[in-house]
Design a protein. Structure first.
Length: 272
């Protein structure tokens, strides 16, 4: 698990020349990255390879990647982690969370500024987080902000100036609509899956030290098995499917009271 300490350490090592937004990135990876499944390592490894491609390839000055997956699967944290690990001198996160209350024009200008600033650095990563929320997509009547969409399409598709290299990592929980809206040309698309196996759940429970004794932990796993949580994801009756974000918050809730931790966790998981 990469913790806050590692982060601060990593940040001390890189002296950003162009303004890496440390707090911003730090905040979205607040709970670290738990390697609960081989897929997590694979995603980080693929991310690392793409970073190297941007750093070294003469032919691809701009590479854009899409991380998609269900709500809470960990898309933003993984994007931030890949960005952070690149140690590129310019790393910036564009997120709807920082644009609350902004009008269309203000949003566009904020988004545009990030890209324009990135062109000043030889190597940059821009994370375009939660595209559907950035464009205020609403399934009701399929509405969205066309001006924001157009700005994003132009900026994501644009080649940076000569001798500038840029990695764009976009995230979405709704890959389906992106194609309809005109985002078709991502160089790479990676799916961030929810947790579906008991072994991954087990790993997270260990990592977060929810149980005080091995015995308590073992009992909880037994309860989960009895409740049918060990079914394979391809089993039509498979019941476990939870994003790491949600799981971590259930764990924190279960932790609040010392008694009946396992019971409360299992009940919450059964309620999904
Ligand atoms: P949303 O759909 O709401 O945008 P998301 O998919 O972007 O959610 P995050 O906001 O990234 O999910 O939340 C994931 C949380 O889980 C973060 O707090 C992160 O630190 C933590 N986390 C722990 N392990 C992992 C992991 N292996 N991958 C991603 N996030 C992880
Ligand atoms: Mg997110």
């Amino acid at each position: 698990m990469v913790n806050r300490g590692d982060f601060l350490h990593a940040l001390e090592e890189v002296k950003p020349a162009f303004g890496v937004s440390e707090e911003e990135l730090d905040a979205v990876i607040q709970n670290g990255i738990i390697r609960f499944d081989g897929i997590v390592d694979e995603l980080l490894r693929s991310g690392g390879l793409i970073v190297e491609q941007v750093r070294t390839s003469k032919r691809s000055p701009v590479v854009n990647v899409l991380l998609h997956g269900p709500p809470g699967a960990g898309k933003t944290a993984l994007a931030a982690q890949i960005a952070q690990s690149s140690q590129f001198p310019f790393i910036k996160l564009i997120t709807p969370d920082n644009m609350i209350g902004m009008g269309e024009a203000q949003k566009i200008s904020a988004i545009n500024k990030v890209f324009v600033d990135s062109y000043k650095s030889p190597l940059s990563v821009v994370v375009v987080d939660n595209i559907e929320r950035l464009i205020e997509w609403s399934p009701m009547g399929a509405r969205f902000s066309n001006p924001v969409l157009q700005a994003l399409l132009v900026l994501i598709g644009r080649r940076p100036p000569k001798d500038r290299r840029l990695l764009i990592i976009a995230t979405t929980s709704n890959r389906g609509i992106l194609t309809d809206l005109g985002f078709e040309e991502f160089n790479q698309v990676m799916r961030v899956p929810p947790i579906t196996s008991l072994s991954a759940l087990d790993y997270v429970l260990r990592d977060t030290k929810l149980f005080r004794t091995k015995e308590d932990h073992r009992e909880a796993i037994e309860m989960l098995r009895d409740a049918g949580f060990d079914r394979k994801a391809d089993d039509p009756k498979a019941r476990l499917s939870i994003g790491i974000k949600r799981l971590l918050s259930l764990i924190e809730m279960a932790r609040q009271e010392p008694e009946g931790v396992a019971e409360r966790l299992v009940a919450a998981l059964m309620d999904l």
